[in-house]
Ligand binder design. Structure first.
Ligand code: AMP
Length: 392
């Protein structure tokens, strides 16, 4: 994979894929511009080098329809504020004659922001004809949209077949550097912490980590599907009944690979999440029939901290409980602190775990906070991503 500084861009038209999928409020104001800020180093570099920039992104899920509520117009305005002196032209469309005309009239150092690529169904279909039209008039393809690299979409993968020169931007390169370190050559002991609501989204990463990590620490609702798969009664806790078989398979694999696959030893139990009240800390099975587990208990925190302390490499995705509710956030907060204090190479991905890191105020002690939750999980599972492969 080439890096953008290895490619001559002066006077060339560069198709730059970024992730500007920012949250908008009901008045279409940007609520958080972190994702725009994340690609500024790449954009600034290209502008300074005198490239003509054609910038593409998705925003939300318009499902192949034009939808003014998911237009990138507010992003164009913000981008111009963030880049004083740089002209940012908002395109009326993604492809077509008018857009091609704007592309060919770009001057060195100017930016043309295309409309939301997902206004076309062909984007998510990775349609070759649509990809060709996206690439029209462009000499270089730069991908800086790590958060979209697990998607084989036209503006991430398809477009690469129609542009010879291609490379990764700064953000993508940084993500790949960290993720490849933990995936291909982790310093041992390698401790992976997985939480969150569902096993479903994490089956490939679980299957991979049971053979690659030394220790797997499981929390969140996901833990209850594993406990149930072991035959334990877990009260009203969330269990994915249709995933019990796969959970058993994963447990068996973990045993065969002789890794430590740790499930919670005790549980913070509540009658209802809405109550925000801890009714009991339970450690014996069956767990109380009328209560649900919403956080890891103090014994589990203690044990998981011990494992984290000796780790040299840590990957963490997903909260260990319903951390949005203060009374059920202790486990996630304590684990965030332990990861921060570990001195290990630590990579954290996924919106909720990142929120927990920020809430705990330890972001500066984490080696790398990934901008793509789904993408980082897939990278760890498969060791690469379709968007990275497309760069050659
Ligand atoms: P995910 O998107 O899979 O990382 O899941 C994050 C969500 O899982 C958060 O909204 C948490 O509130 C939820 N969650 C974590 N632990 C539990 C639990 N024990 N019971 C119910 N929901 C949980």
């Amino acid at each position: 994979m080439k890096f953008l500084e290895q490619i001559e861009v002066k006077g060339r038209t560069v198709f730059l894929r970024v992730d500007f999928n920012v949250p908008l409020d009901e008045n279409l104001n940007i609520r958080d511009d972190t994702r725009i800020q994340a690609s500024l180093p790449t954009i600034k570099y290209l502008v300074q080098k005198g490239a003509k920039l054609v910038v593409a992104s998705h925003l939300g899920r318009p499902k192949g329809q034009f939808n003014p509520k998911m237009s990138l117009k507010p992003v164009a305005a913000r981008l111009e504020q963030l880049l004083p002196g740089t002209k940012v032209i908002m395109a009326p469309d993604v492809i077509g004659d008018e857009v091609n005309h704007l592309k060919s009239n770009l001057k060195d150092g100017q930016i043309l922001l295309l409309e939301n690529v997902r206004f076309y169904k062909q984007e998510t279909d990775n349609d070759p004809e649509f990809s060709r039209k996206l690439a029209e008039g462009c000499d270089v393809f730069i991908n800086d949209a790590f958060g979209s690299c697990h998607r084989a979409h036209a503006s991430v993968v398809g477009v690469a077949s129609f542009i010879k020169q291609k490379a990764a931007g700064y953000l993508l390169l940084k993500e790949v550097n960290y993720l490849s370190k933990i995936t291909h050559n982790p310093e041992k002991p390698y401790v992976a912490i997985l939480g969150g609501a569902k096993i479903e989204d994490k089956i490939p990463v679980l299957k991979s980590l049971v053979t690659k990590a030394d220790v797997l620490l499981i929390g969140g609702a996901m833990a209850y599907t594993f406990l149930r798969a072991q035959g334990k009664q877990v009260g009203k806790s969330l269990v994915e009944d249709d995933k019990l078989e796969i959970a058993r398979e994963i447990l068996k694999k973990a045993e065969e690979s002789q890794i430590k696959f740790l499930l919670p030893l005790d549980h913070v139990m509540t009658a209802s999440i809405e109550s925000g009240v801890v009714n009991q800390i339970a450690e014996h099975y069956p767990l109380p029939e009328d209560l649900m587990g919403v956080d890891i208990g103090p014994k589990t925190i203690e044990e998981y901290k011990k494992q984290i302390k000796i780790a040299k490499t840590i990957f963490w995705n997903g909260p260990l409980g319903v951390f949005e509710v203060k009374a059920f956030s202790t486990g996630t907060v304590e684990i965030a602190k332990a990861v921060a204090d570990s001195g290990a190479l630590s990579v954290v991905g996924g919106g909720d775990s990142i929120a927990a890191i920020h809430q705990t105020g330890v972001a500066d002690k984490i080696s790398h906070i990934s901008t793509g939750g789904g993408a980082s999980l897939e990278y760890v599972a498969y060791g690469t991503l379709p968007g990275i492969e497309a760069l050659g």
